[in-house]
Design a protein around this ligand. Structure first.
Ligand SMILES: Cc1cc2nc3c(=O)[nH]c(=O)nc-3n(C[C@H](O)[C@H](O)[C@H](O)COP(=O)(O)OP(=O)(O)OC[C@H]3O[C@@H](n4cnc5c(N)ncnc54)[C@H](O)[C@@H]3O)c2cc1C
Length: 476
């Protein structure tokens, strides 16, 4: 392909952000050439799936689509698949999440339940909580522990949350950014039974700190209309296959297995990209606009922005342990649960059949354990697949979600990716990185996707940000 004359809106990354951006751009500019490239052979990024020759399919852990509460974004999902092809979960059904905490599996809530401690200890937690209630709070905290202390008082946050943060990230809790609170929902605790909570929840302050201990029956205090969507046919790759077809039908070119070799700039304007596909073939693309959704760390060097001094804290390496069981795991209605206790490598367990009944049935129930081997001292690159699977099975037996189950299929996927470390150092480095790229004053570049702005990680926030930025584009 030699498109050095025809100018393109080029999108780097065929994850959800890149593909949704392409669809929005096509609506804004029905005829302008648009091209997406992605280094991976498959679309979807972290929202994609893995298919096995045995016929089993798995997403990368739990990935349902939460609406952005912006009709411009959310209506697009119903253009990609028809309404009847989606499971649409409103209200309390949109996110049924639990926790393995203090030796117990909580099916009723993913907030830490302090009622699971002995009575004497509970009294100390009550004391710590209420003693803190009337104090002057610092709500614009940067550090997770500062936020937690202002939310629950020193006693609870030091005894409970600092341990949870350490167990998860193996990093000094004082160095963890407030983003970690959002990452696994640490902003509330459970202190009281339902009857008392029904009364206490009339207070906005208490409701923002104490959780109702029965998520399915949570009274509708907040009128949040956000829903969750998941295709009725299991595997997000099904959605991305349809999405790819739709984009191609709309004359959007998609180059998978393709990376950026060289970026040409004329001072403040990106003029041309040299892309290289998996066969080593080069594609020269003239650029009208570049929408970068593929991460700062590959963008900065292409722009000759030096970031070698910005040393990042490494995150925990993830191995996806994909299992098919002969019967449903024993986890009630939970879509997933996190594990906060010490001595486990499990980050999260997802039971796909609970939000996509089509995933299971007929003696085949897929389950994914997002496993962070270094939490139990295992090097994911030096541990055999068999050992990793055994370690994960031992843990989920301990959680009580498999008992006399048969394991029909098991596979450990070591995709060499890390869960981003939410340390203050990393947040500062991302800020510095953004500043350095911004100083280049490139007028035809938009950066969106994960960490494009401070704390951008979850899909609804990312898509709202991306669509806002794209709306500013004016082509002559
Ligand atoms: C372990 C984990 C769990 C998560 N769980 C949730 C969750 O439960 N809910 C939620 O909302 N969000 C979750 N997220 C965040 C979620 O993955 C992102 O919100 C979402 O994937 C953002 O989509 P994206 O397209 O911006 O990025 P990605 O999905 O990361 O896609 C980026 C694309 O860019 C491509 N790419 C990367 N580098 C290059 C390059 N140099 N050249 C070309 N292409 C490149 C990649 O191949 C990929 O296809 C999780 C993230 C992780 C890491």
């Amino acid at each position: 392909m030699n498109n050095s004359i025809q100018k393109y809106i080029v999108i780097a990354g065929a994850g959800m952000t890149g593909m949704m951006s392409a669809l929005k751009l096509r609506k804004m500019y029905p005829h302008f050439p648009i091209l997406i490239f992605d280094k991976s052979d498959q679309p979807g990024g972290m929202y994609g799936s893995i298919s096995y020759k045995e016929g089993h399919i798995f997403d990368f852990g739990m990935h349902v689509i939460y609406e952005s509460c912006n009709s411009e974004v959310d209506d697009l999902y119903l253009e990609i698949l028809n309404r009847e092809e989606w499971h649409i979960y409103p209200g309390n059904e949109k996110d049924i999440a639990g926790l393995f905490f203090n030796g117990k599996l909580q099916e009723y809530s993913h907030y830490v339940d302090l009622r699971s401690f002995p009575k004497e200890q509970q009294l100390q937690y009550f004391g710590g909580f209420f003693d803190n209630l009337g104090k002057n709070h610092q709500f614009n905290s940067i550090k997770a522990m500062d936020f937690l202390r202002s939310q629950f008082g020193e006693y609870i946050s030091d005894k409970i949350h600092s341990k949870i943060l350490f167990n998860l990230y193996h990093k000094e809790p004082e160095d963890i950014n407030v983003f970690a609170i959002k990452a696994t929902a640490l902003e509330r605790i459970i202190l009281f039974d339902k009857e008392i909570m029904l009364d206490l929840m009339k207070s906005d302050i208490l409701r923002s700190k104490i959780a109702f201990p029965d998520q399915i029956n949570l009274p509708p205090y907040r009128t949040n209309t956000q829903k969750a969507l998941y295709p009725k046919k299991f595997g997000m790759s099904y959605f991305f296959d349809r999405f790819t077809k739709l984009l191609k039908d709309l004359n959007i070119e998609i180059l998978n297995g393709t990376s950026l070799k060289h970026l040409h700039r004329d001072k403040s304007r990106i003029t041309q990209l040299e892309l290289c596909d998996r066969e080593g073939k080069t594609h020269d693309i003239s650029v009208e606009r570049l929408i970068w959704t593929a991460g700062w760390h590959s963008l900065a060097p292409s722009l000759n922005v030096n970031i070698s001094d910005l040393k990042m804290d490494k995150g925990q390496r993830i191995v996806y342990i994909n299992l098919v069981l002969d019967k449903p795991p024993v986890m009630g209605k939970l879509y997933y649960f996190y594990c906060y206790d010490k001595g486990f490598a499990t980050f999260r367990v997802t039971n796909y059949s609970n939000y996509c009944p089509g995933a299971g049935g007929k003696g085949n129930y897929p389950v994914c354990v997002e496993f962070w081997p270094s939490r139990i001292g295992l090097d994911p690159d030096k541990t055999s697949e068999e050992q990793l699977i055994k370690a994960a099975l031992d843990e989920i037996k301990h959680f009580g979600i498999i008992k006399d189950h048969q394991i029909i299929f098991s596979k450990a996927e070591n995709i060499k990716s890390e869960f981003p470390m939410p340390s203050n150092l990393n947040f500062n480095n991302f800020r510095e990185l953004r500043n350095r790229v911004a100083q280049e004053n490139i007028i035809n570049l938009i950066v969106s996707g994960v960490m494009a702005e401070d704390g951008l990680f979850f899909l609804p926030d990312i898509l709202n940000d991306a669509f806002k930025k794209i709306s500013t584009i004016r082509l002559d």
